[in-house]
Design a protein around this ligand. Structure first.
Ligand SMILES: C[S@@+](CC[C@H](N)C(=O)[O-])C[C@H]1O[C@@H](n2cnc3c(N)ncnc32)[C@H](O)[C@@H]1O
Length: 381
């Protein structure tokens, strides 16, 4: 997508690319993304994220602001304006993803919307432009971001309610909402979001596991206090701050796992690429092997080691991949046999006909959530 500098061009390009629904075109044309992007953004490059400052490189900053790219606006590890950073903690989402999610929300005039994850305030501004200030409540956990978003919204002429707090708690005082949207990845859908959605209302949220981040879910609230609906596509978002992995957790696991002599050594004939190189298999493994994270350490000549860890139980596993081998060395340690769990998950996925991830769905009830295949009556084991 070209980087001509105007919201109208961005809206036109998103429309031409098929991402922007006609009902959202006016809002995207009206709301200037530039007004919501801080002067300092972080651009992914060699070795991590590198600072890009509007004052020192206005041309590039301006081009990126109107490009169809996610812009990292805050990082966790050294927001000082210099050096390299690794962990984004807030961003302005990719415009096409914003457009797709808003379309999935299926709003109509007069509806009320709760957004969890205000971030820059851009999405809240789009909602306010489409539905009116009084119909939009947005919740941001980071007080500094919430304050900045409030100020930027005001400067741009919008006044949705921005609350500093946990998006998972929603805002009961203004409930029920016709529509709820989360703009950070959840693993466990907080029941408050379902409770605060009017029966028949729609909840759109990114959802993922430690092995796959993630998919986009579209749930519909029922009369019975539950919400249920299918995976409608993919969406990789930054995690809910309550569910984000601790920084460097995998590096710690890898350090603890040396030497590997303390672990049970076996072999596997399952090529780790068959699981982690297939998005549908990886999604399924993430569901069936809960509380598990992974990382990959690359070696020479195409060799790599896959590491799995459940740091709450101290369990870890490793698989050493060697090109052209038919068996791979595995090491497993701790109460959970994580690679064995992945093998079982993969076998189940194959026995179920290797379903695509859009055949899954989620039901959220007051007591928890369960994933299903094809229909809510077919829970994933
Ligand atoms: C991808 S950004 C949101 C993008 C935003 N909608 C926009 O238009 O710029 C995700 C945001 O969610 C926030 N967040 C993460 N966990 C949260 C939580 N539990 N409650 C509220 N906000 C949260 C982060 O601080 C971050 O600002």
């Amino acid at each position: 997508m070209s980087s001509e500098s105007s919201p109208a061009t961005l809206a036109r390009q998103l429309t031409e690319a098929g991402y922007l629904a006609p009902s959202w075109r006016d809002a995207f044309t009206q709301v200037d993304r530039k007004r919501f992007i801080p002067d300092l953004i972080w651009v992914h490059g060699e070795g991590g994220y590198h600072p890009l400052n509007r004052t020192t490189d206005p041309g590039r900053w301006n081009a990126l602001v109107y490009d169809d790219q996610a812009l990292v606006t805050q990082i966790e590890d050294g927001d000082g304006g210099a050096g390299t950073a690794f962990v984004p903690s807030s961003s302005a989402s990719m415009p096409r993803v914003v457009a797709i999610m808003l379309d999935a929300l299926a709003v109509a005039d007069g509806m009320t919307v709760l957004e969890a994850g205000t971030g820059t305030g851009y999405n809240a501004a789009l909602l306010a432009a489409r539905l009116g200030d009084r119909h939009v409540v947005s919740v941001e956990m980071d007080p500094r971001l919430a304050d900045t978003a409030r100020a930027r919204l005001k400067d741009a002429g919008y006044a949705p309610t921005v609350i500093t707090g946990d998006g998972g708690q929603g805002c009961a005082a203004r409930a029920p909402y016709d529509r709820v949207i989360a703009t950070y990845a959840l693993h466990t859908v907080p029941y408050a979001l379902v409770e605060q959605t009017a029966p028949g209302g729609v909840i759109v949220l990114p959802w993922g596991t430690g092995l796959y981040n993630g998919v986009l879910l579209r749930l519909t609230a029922g009369e019975d206090g539950t919400a249920s609906g299918p995976v409608i596509g993919d969406s990789a978002f930054m995690w809910n701050r309550h569910e984000a992995p601790e920084r460097d957790v995998m590096a710690t696991v890898r350090k603890q796992a040396q030497p590997r002599a303390t672990a049970t050594a076996t072999h596997t004939s399952l090529d780790p690429r068959d699981v982690f190189g297939d998005e549908n298999a990886a999604f399924t493994a993430g569901v069936l092997v809960p509380d598990c994270r992974y990382t990959v350490g690359h070696g020479p000549d195409g060799e790599f080691t896959l590491w799995l860890a459940d740091h709450t139980t101290g369990s870890w596993a490793s698989v050493d991949y060697v090109p052209d081998a038919t068996e791979f060395d595995t090491h497993q340690h701790g109460p959970r046999r994580l690679w064995s769990e992945v093998e079982s998950a993969y076998a189940w996925w194959q026995s179920a006909g290797s379903p695509e991830r859009t055949r899954y769905g989620l039901t959220v009830t007051p007591t928890g959530q369960r994933l299903w295949l094809d229909t809510p009556g077919t829970p994933v084991p």
